[in-house]
Design a protein around this ligand. Sequence first.
Ligand code: HEM
Ligand code: NAG
Ligand code: NAG
Ligand code: NAG
Ligand code: NAG
Length: 441
Amino acid sequence: MKINQAALLALPALSSAFPGMGGVASKAETEKFIRRQYEAENLEKRQTLTTLTGTIAALASTVTGLLGSVASSVDPSNLRPERDFTYQAPASTDSRGPCPGLNLLANYNYLPRNGHVTFGQVINATSRGFNMGADLATVLLVFAILTDGDIATESFYLGSLNGVGGLNRHSTVEADVSPNREDYYLGCGDNHHVSSRLFAQNVGYAYLSSSKQFDLGTMGNQYAASASFSKKYNPYLYYFPFPQIVSLGAFAFYPNFFSNGTYGAGGVANYESISSIIGAKFIKSTGQFQYVPEQWPAYWYRRATPYGAVQALTDALVSIYPKNIIVPLASQAGTPNLSARDLLCDIYQGINSITPLGLAGALGATAEGVTWALSKLTPVIGAGTTLGCPLSTLSPNENTFFTNASSTGGPGKNPASSTAHTGNNVYNKVYFPVAPVVPTC
Ligand code: HEM
Ligand SMILES: *[C@@H]1O[C@H](CO)[C@@H](O)[C@H](O)[C@H]1NC(C)=O
Ligand SMILES: *[C@@H]1O[C@H](CO)[C@@H](O)[C@H](O)[C@H]1NC(C)=O
Ligand SMILES: *[C@@H]1O[C@H](CO)[C@@H](O)[C@H](O)[C@H]1NC(C)=O
Ligand SMILES: *[C@@H]1O[C@H](CO)[C@@H](O)[C@H](O)[C@H]1NC(C)=O
């Protein structure tokens, strides 16, 4: 690994990256847009969760009230795990981090159990275990390897290597406002363990929904509540385009990848599947969720069809993001004109400007990084593919909103917080029984 502490600290500012990213609006336009969203938000009457999750007894009956739904149509060939892939809890030396999907795959040896994984291994394992489309896996992987890993070996750690790099690294792929992880700053560097209070909130939204499931509506409500919380309490909320897309996508991943069966075609995003896969174990006596190793529930069937990049972005931008805009990702956000294809193509076209700014390893490797990233992205989203993204040069836009990357809170300078929590996941503990409104390190 080329990653070292000095290299990370010496990262150049990510300012003015993503020139024209999705048509990022001017500052004035942006502020107007945000004001409009806030006004809309205040008018909206919100359901309150306090009565549901306020007491231990209430939460226990809420959990009970979610049990029992089964998929209406499953193909036996999609039963997971397959023979020869057995569950084994990770050892304390195995690397695990913020991604429940990849953590789980390593717990079954679909990925190396030690959590040091390569590009090819992840493409294969995410397809086989969850039916993730190769385009979506590729986009995620390119950024993970560029910013958190090592290009020469096309590898990265699911958590960190001695507290540095890996998917735990903040504001590169990992982002604030995650479905069930706390913000990096408020969590004192713990952006990777399942938060008990967040999952209790998520269970509450599932219970309030008509489906009683962790469907897109439920996850949209979870996102809206967390976005409000972060806006209020996290002075270092930094919403940079790429991690923002990942974080939004992650909300849509809950129903689309963790459902028993195919979400939208008889599959159910039921409590049994979600809680087991993300490793949230309800402890009835305390009303808290203990974080345990990620595991498939018995008799679980993966989705039957691939879920790819355009579907993920569309779900994120249509069902999740409009519920509480943080900063406009694209000037079309919240309008019917939003195009997932345009956003993906903008990432592709902007790779030139992103690459040198995000590199985790050798700083001199810009050209190598761009060449490598394009070699991975072109076959899945470039000209000649279904998406057919043209590779033309975007003109830099000095007026972009994302100007403060190198100030505290940006990817170039993480907010001050304890570094004690940047290491690999430690399981069988309760994290964040109450909401961290200030960091308590
Ligand atoms: C293909 C390579 C992948 C990479 C590089 C990756 C990376 C990440 C990272 C960095 C995060 C943290 C994001 C945040 O802070 O919100 C994350 C979260 C997440 N990932 Fe992955 N991931 C990958 C594949 C998958 C797969 C296959 C699934 C599902 C089967 C998945 C499901 C999730 C979910 C649900 C979260 C949000 C966790 C939470 O906060 O509750 N990911 N992933
Ligand atoms: C998934 O659905 C199948 C088919 O209805 C059912 O037999 C199985 O018990 C369900 N599994 C889970 C974990 O919900
Ligand atoms: C991925 O799967 C293909 C087809 O089964 C196999 O040929 C290839 O070696 C696998 N790659 C890795 C890195 O495991
Ligand atoms: C959507 O695009 C059409 C055609 O370019 C344009 O006339 C319209 O104003 C756009 N709508 C919004 C909400 O941006
Ligand atoms: C950039 O940082 C400065 C100084 O910390 C702050 O006053 C300003 O509001 C920030 N701008 C944005 C767009 O976040």
